[in-house]
Design a protein around this ligand. Sequence first.
Ligand code: BES
Ligand code: ZN
Length: 627
Amino acid sequence: MRYGAWLLLLMIVFQACNDIEQPQEDIMMGKDIHSFSEPGKAVAKHLSLQLQVDFDTKQLSGIATWDIDTAPDAEEIIFDTKGLIIDSVFLNDDTTAVPFSLGKEDPVLGQALRVPLKAGAKRVRIVYRTSPGAAALQWLEAHQTAGGRHPFLFSQSQCILARSWVPCQDSPGIRFTYDAEVKVPQGMLALMSAENPQQKSADGVYRFRMRQPIPSYLLAIAAGDLVFKPISARAGVYAEPETIEAAVHEFEDLEEMIQAAEQLYGDYVWERYDLLVLPPSFPFGGMENPRLTFATPTIIAGDKSLTSLVAHELAHSWSGNLVTNRTWNDFWLNEGFTVYFERRIMEAMYGRDYAEMLAELGYQDLRQTIARMGENNKDTRLKLDLQRRDPDEAVTDIAYEKGYFFLRLVEETIGRDKFDAFVKTYFQRFAFRSMDTESFVEYFQKEVLDKNPGAAKAIRMQEWIYGTGLPDNCPKVNAVRFRRVEQALQDWLNGTPADSLPTASWSSHEWLHFVRHLPAGLSVEQMKALDEAFGFTQSNNAEIQAEWYAQAALHGYSDAYPAMEAFLLKVGRRKFLVPIYRALLQTEEGKALAYDIYAKARKNYHYVSVSTLDEMLQWNEKVHKTP
Ligand code: BES
Ligand code: ZN
């Protein structure tokens, strides 16, 4: 039997004994340049993980046992690793180890772990340890947490950092189920992107199971002094005891949000949806780990004004976690759809005018990003080419906002009803599968362009997906509430005192729009007047703080520097750090301050923020020494 036919048979047999359909044809279609694995020859289908968490040595150690499917002539199976210390490897239940090999180290991809197979090999057992500097993991000292009593650990696996804590086939086109047993110090709760405990155990041992197949970048773990509070029967929040009440209050509307999402694009299939509020050094706003979104505490503003982030991570339960970008070159399929879905959820919950503010802020971001990158920059294409590059470079406003505006253009061209039907079917049809740009284009051609006369001409799909810059048919946004903000700003510039501007009903989005549009030439006195009237420097809203501190740096408004420094020392969210440091770098005085603060703050940041900022600041440990 030919190899393809053999695999087809294997697929059928495999599907029959699995809860969820897992076609394998999609992973055979092309190579993922960011993984050493060769799933067409041997693919890992289920992971049994046994881990011990050691806060003293900052290491995970244990055994990863993979159930594998192999082609008849497969001589080896290849896993991705990064910084892992591989102790020994066994096949099936054998007690004699096999001679594995670790390939040459690539700075981005890590090392290939090659395990020779024998006939009848169904399982590979890998005994290993992580290195203390594992890129995915951040180990926090007790003083870096809200409670200050226990240390904390969390992972961030996207894009290709899962391989730094689990030997795996680290490609988004490959899915597997998993179970795990994790041991943490007594008094701590451990959580994963799986069925989770809601209470601490007496012995610090926890068991997990993820029955739906997921790609490796959705593997996640966290441990710390955590408690759980429910919000509804299927949703709740985990946080440190100090943060839990504020978090539950902030996310009160969570169940309503899940229902709004289901109304739009179909049932939520992951059973539970919980949030984990992390310490402030978490490098992202949120991460859509299945069943358990990881979130920054900086979205707890006290007034539910930053919960669109939760809508975003929730939306990934469809776009991303169900239908997954096949490679990181197709990242826009994850994020563009998710931003679109996020704004539809926000519109359903808070109305069109509200959602339009989010869209307009997104448009501003997009415009700025394209201006900074250059109209002709290849990275302004939706379909990326990340050959020999770190896929982290895919994380720009292009995937998010150009992706959003493309989908919005389709919606406006064919009408919302037809578009919603298309999206819903797309999620159903490709659930638990991966999608690359080329397959999407083909499907889109068939389901949208061929069925709607005139749509192809109006949309110009090829230009959006494979062209640079922003096409001139980009939809127009008009957030009416922002026009009032601009009027208020104008009035103030014309002499109306700040405290008599009509700002009483402004949400954080209006404030953001206001601060973003402060003219470049403002004097320090004018900055001070605004600050006295509105208390920006002392704001509790991290979005406003970040925007204001960047303005303070640009305008040399030094009254804000102590608060800015405190913010930079505590918060590790890259989206906030980058604009503030960038603004500081604009002036000589600011530059000195930036290096001074970064030297102290760097150790508080996660690897992903550090790598971005090291490059931005051209940081060199030998020249700029950490105190
Ligand atoms: N999945 C992303 C975060 C991510 C992307 C991590 C790529 C690593 C590599 C997550 O869903 C996300 O987009 N988070 C955003 C929030 C959102 C509201 C735009 C963030 O963290 O800012
Ligand atoms: Zn996202």
